[in-house]
Write a protein that binds this ligand. Structure first.
Ligand SMILES: [Zn+2]
Length: 576
């Protein structure tokens, strides 16, 4: 059942945006608006604004925006309905639909309970006689009992329904086991069986401490070596990092990112409690956002093989963009941190950490490995590519240092590299200027919505439509003198918003983007928020009349041109 508009009004009124946002972001007042660091992208100067009078937020950096419900949807990763329930609980309001608990959050709670019970089950199996192969495996990997307990490691016995039997005995259903990604259904027979069999088990725990999924590793060399839970209602591998629940409490001011959970666990055992691992996927934007909440220093320790190096090259710019200072740890004498620690111990790893390379060093060393500097041709190619890398460095001192280093490596004069680098810099600057000019000439481009899915075809009309909405949101009584129809708007979204706000006004509700409800997508709501937070002209009858006139004019023009085109087409047809 959809949530009624009056319920939504009440909900929005009882959850002032500045209070709700204030629980996540520290806000400071600047004139009538509040500003803070955006929780949705990483930044050092606040571009996230909250307008209490309008009940909206908008980020000038990442262009997210909306009302209080949108904010909760985004920050808590909830559906519209669940966000409404979240806010209802916050304001001690009765839940929508006469208090019937929401189906999705109920399901979510059930799956979390099931994963927790399953983690306990797997952990207990480890102590039983049939857990011997798993105990032997952990012993071989030199994991201490303390580590096994700390990470809640376990064993999925070799059988088809050990977990299913244990969990159904506790009142969970097979459907729930399927929904949690813990069981699979046979395609033809329809029988349900355990997904994880004869594997050592690694519970995956979110930052709040909930078990949300599992990773399972085979005990021998069979494949697949690692198996993760499928994505479920509660588990999204793009948004979660293994061991972050522990690493976030670490005293270290950096985080070590590893490729696999065995590496992360080994690091923790050796005292590096700031290690986390991505879960069988390369680093995602969501991971970077998550990391940036806890640290601004990261050390990458991907494997030294080609796949690991490619992953490193992909990750560097993403992290850099988020304002995270990245260093790359180059493993020597071992293929991964786990192996390194066993061979050389914690102290050696510490000094390796200290020697880890920053981005420039990393790229330069990668180049050195790429070229054979005993061959003249390759030496030239090296110098050219190194100059490119150096040219991109923003700092002059840094450029100088790396010019010398690259020159030394290639056995050429620093001057030669410097000249190449300057050439490359000039070329880059020129390209940048041309880019900028192109942007400037398209002035209207500036007013194009940041949302790519929304385009303004008729800029003159669109600006008038925006202005009109701004005025109406500020002073809804003006609806009395505006007699436009939605169809006259050149931007369908603005037309729809106009009608929805008009309906709010006519029903005696609060006129606000914050309570538009589900009829508008997140992108649409964000765009409307961006429009309404703009500083509109002072309200005057003249301005309103101008906007209405422009909208009518442009609409008439567009109609006429269609007719003209039709007439022209008919004329052509008659001539032939
Ligand atoms: Zn932002």
């Amino acid at each position: 059942m959809p949530i009624s508009p009056s319920y939504l009004d009440e909900l929005v009124a009882r959850n002032p945006i500045e209070e709700v946002v204030g629980q996540y972001v520290s806000l400071t007042r600047r004139s009538s608006n509040l500003f803070g660091l955006c929780p949705f992208h990483s930044e050092k100067t606040p571009s996230f604004s909250v307008a209490p009078d309008k009940g909206i937020y908008y980020c000038f950096g990442c262009h997210k925006g909306g009302g209080v419900v949108n904010f909760i949807m985004e920050i808590e990763s909830l559906s519209f309905r669940d966000a409404v329930i979240f806010l209802a609980k916050r304001a001690n309001m009765p839940l929508p639909d006469d208090g019937r608990p929401d189906a999705v959050s109920k399901q979510r709670d059930r799956l979390l309970a099931l994963c927790k019970a399953s983690a306990k089950y797997y952990h207990e199996q480890l102590k039983l006689p049939h857990g011997e192969p798993a105990r032997a495996y952990f012993a071989k990997r030199a994991l201490s009992p303390a580590t096994i307990t700390r990470f809640g490691l376990g064993y999925a016995p070799d059988g088809w329904n050990g977990l299913i039997d244990a969990m159904t005995a506790q009142g969970f259903t097979k459907e729930e086991l399927l929904a949690a990604g813990l069981a699979l259904k046979h395609q033809t027979k329809g029988t349900v069986y355990d997904r994880f069999r004869n594997r050592v088990m690694f519970p995956i725990i979110d930052v709040r401490g909930n078990v949300i999924a599992f990773g399972g590793r085979v005990l021998d060399d069979s494949t697949p070596k690692y198996l993760n839970s499928s994505e479920t209602l509660i588990f999204n591998k793009r948004r979660n990092l293994f061991a972050l629940n522990i690493a976030k409490k670490s005293k270290a001011d950096y985080i070590i990112l590893t490729e696999g959970y065995m590496d992360a666990i080994a690091l923790h055992q050796y005292g590096f409690d700031c290690a986390v691992a991505s879960l069988g996927t390369s680093l995602t934007e969501e991971h970077v956002n998550l990391l940036s909440k806890y640290t601004n220093k990261l050390i990458l320790t991907y494997d030294s093989d080609e796949a690991g190096q490619n992953a490193t090259r992909r990750a560097l710019p993403m992290l850099e963009k988020a304002g995270i200072a990245v260093k790359v740890l180059r493993m020597q004498g071992a293929k991964d941190p786990d192996e390194f620690l066993k061979k050389y111990g914690a102290d050696a790893f510490h000094s390796l950490l200290n020697k880890s390379e920053n981005q420039a060093e990393y790229f330069l060393n990668a180049l050195l490995r790429k070229y054979d500097l005993t061959i003249d041709d390759q030496k030239i190619a090296f110098a050219r590519e190194a100059a490119q890398t150096i040219a991109a460095m923003p700092n002059a001192v840094e450029r100088d240092v790396y010019c010398r280093r690259a020159a030394e490596a290639a056995g050429v004069s620093p001057e030669a590299i410097r000249i190449e680098a300057e050439k490359a810099r000039k070329k880059m600057a020129r390209a940048k200027r041309i880019r900028q000019e192109r942007e400037n000439t398209a002035v209207s481009q500036m007013h194009q919505p940041k949302e790519r899915t929304i385009r303004y075809e008729n800029m003159r009309s669109a600006m008038a439509e925006e202005g009109l909405l701004q005025q109406l949101a500020k002073e809804p009584e003006l609806f009395e003198r505006v007699d436009l129809d939605e169809s006259l708007f050149s931007v369908p979204l603005l037309g729809r918003a106009y009608s929805a706000m008009r309906a709010q006004y006519e029903q005696g509700r609060t006129v606000s983007v914050a309570s538009l409800g589900e009829a508008f997508s997140a992108e649409e709501t964000a765009h409307l928020s961006s429009v309404l937070q703009k500083r509109g002209d002072l309200i005057s009858d003249q301005a309103i009349d101008d906007y209405i006139r422009v909208i009518r004019e442009e609409h008439a023009k567009s109609n006429m041109s269609v007719e003209e085109r039709l007439r022209a087409a008919q004329d052509r047809a008659n001539k032939n």
